[in-house]
Ligand binder design. Structure first.
Ligand code: TTP
Ligand code: MG
Ligand code: MG
Length: 416
């Protein structure tokens, strides 16, 4: 018996947050819509039963777009774009607030719909998964003159099931491995299905930009560009040894494999989260002293949210960290490892407060975040968590730098 062919699918939902919102507001179908507002952008039900929507035209603030409908993308509006900038490109775009709980609910729904057809799933985030189709009945079959007909039909069945149970469309790439499937799922987005074999690599993969490979980021992309390598095909034409010379043994080998569509990674069905975090960008830059009360409140709230996330998911975190971004866009992080893992808001708040004391807070802040890492599954032995000593993170020159933190900044909010 020949070894069965490996068939891995990558499924990614189309304009995910926006598409979930359109289920609620079908009158927006086909219009440019962006997601990223706050509560004040909630649609208002009017006397005649219609809704009044906020538009980008009227937006003031520093929010960032999480995603945009394809109609909005036609104007050049995209994820991670500042809303004021997007307003210049498409002032008429409808702006909706982010409802993360709803997106999580739909995330669970679409994954359950996939699992009904194909249970070997690797969770890759809120709107995407890998699926191993190799061992499903029919996956290895040809259908009429289509050698990949069996697996194509399975992918189509998955798409139908997702649409039936959520009303949402997705795009799927099916290829012999994760690397190629991740690329393939984007080739015919939205609502696309792309099946590729090794034989399609020169025709379909090699003309694409190197950055389409998941694992070639902005830095590697720029280095490749400087070496006059823009497409995956150009990368594939370079000798392996030359790539190793340029990029080191490990990354050089990987680049060579990736360019030839080689990837042996398995679909990993159980993955545990590494960390949980919450962060917020302020409407205006805040100062540690002048805005002490406000910042303290926000800081406490972030800690409470992280604690709630941990409790909700059944985890405890042992490493508590903070992230600050200053008005000059410099970002600093600090963390501290506790003697015992915790999911307690006060313990997290206390540890995060300790971290904060190690940061120079002379500049105004744009962003504040709190993170719990070193996660373990929560058990029932609820011992009182006690903060331990700070470790790592402190850089030379930072010790004893100015600080408002020394005056006990933000500490006013910690009870006990
Ligand atoms: P993506 O799958 O990257 O994008 P998308 O689903 O909106 O659009 P498509 O896949 O059709 O190109 O991200 C999934 C969701 O994650 C997206 O709907 C919103 C969120 N997201 C952010 O919040 N910030 C970001 O910068 C990106 C890229 C996504
Ligand atoms: Mg998506
Ligand atoms: Mg995605």
């Amino acid at each position: 018996m020949p070894k069965p062919r490996r068939w891995i699918a990558h499924l990614d939902m189309d304009a995910f947050y926006a598409s979930v919102e359109l289920l609620r507001y079908p009158e927006l179908h086909g219009l440019p819509v962006v997601i990223g507002g706050g509560r004040r952008h909630q649609p208002v039900l009017q006397g005649d039963g219609s809704r009044r929507f906020a538009t980008l035209r009227d937006y003031q603030g520093r929010g960032v777009i999480t995603t945009a409908t394809y109609a909005a993308r036609a104007f050049g509006v995209n994820s991670a774009m500042g809303m004021m900038k997007a307003a210049l490109l498409c002032p008429q775009a409808v702006l909706l607030p982010v409802d993360f709980d709803e997106y999580k609910r739909y995330s669970r729904l679409f994954k359950a719909a996939v699992a009904e057809v194909a249970p070997v799933i690797e969770d890759r985030g809120i709107d995407e998964i890998y699926i191993d189709l190799s061992d499903l009945p029919g996956a290895q079959d040809a259908v009429a003159h289509d050698a990949c007909g069996g697996v194509r039909a399975l992918a189509q069945e998955i798409r139908n099931n997702v649409r039936q149970s959520t009303g949402l469309s997705c795009s799927i790439g099916v290829t012999p491995n994760k690397l190629l499937s991740k690329i393939a799922s984007e080739l015919d987005k939205p609502d696309g299905l792309t099946v590729l074999t090794e034989a399609d690599i020169p025709g379909r993969i090699w003309p694409l930009a190197v950055r389409r490979i998941n694992g070639i980021g902005p830095k590697a992309g720029a280095r490749l560009q400087a070496l006059d390598i823009s497409t995956i095909g150009e990368l594939a034409s370079k000798p392996r040894d030359w790539l190793i010379e340029q990029f080191g043994r490990s990354y050089g080998r990987w680049l060579n494999d990736a360019a030839h569509g080689v990837d042996e990674r398995a679909v990993v069905t159980h993955s545990e989260p590494v960390s949980m975090s919450r962060e917020t960008t302020f409407e205006r830059n805040l100062h540690a002293v002048a805005d002490r009360q406000l910042l303290g409140g926000i800081f406490t709230q972030l800690c409470e949210q992280v604690a709630a996330d941990l409790q909700h998911k059944g985890y405890r975190g042992r490493t508590i960290g903070i992230k600050l971004r200053f008005d000059d866009f410099r970002t600093v992080t600090r963390d501290l490892t506790l003697a015992q893992a915790t999911a307690d808001a006060q313990a997290i708040r206390h540890a995060a407060g300790q971290c904060l004391k190690r940061v120079d807070l002379t500049r105004r802040l744009r962003l504040l975040g709190v993170r719990a890492g070193g996660l373990t599954r929560q058990r029932d032995d609820a011992a009182t968590p006690r903060p331990g000593l700070p470790h790592g993170g402190q850089r030379a020159g930072q010790r004893g730098a100015s600080t408002a933190a020394d005056a006990g900044l933000f500490d006013g909010d910690v009870a006990g």
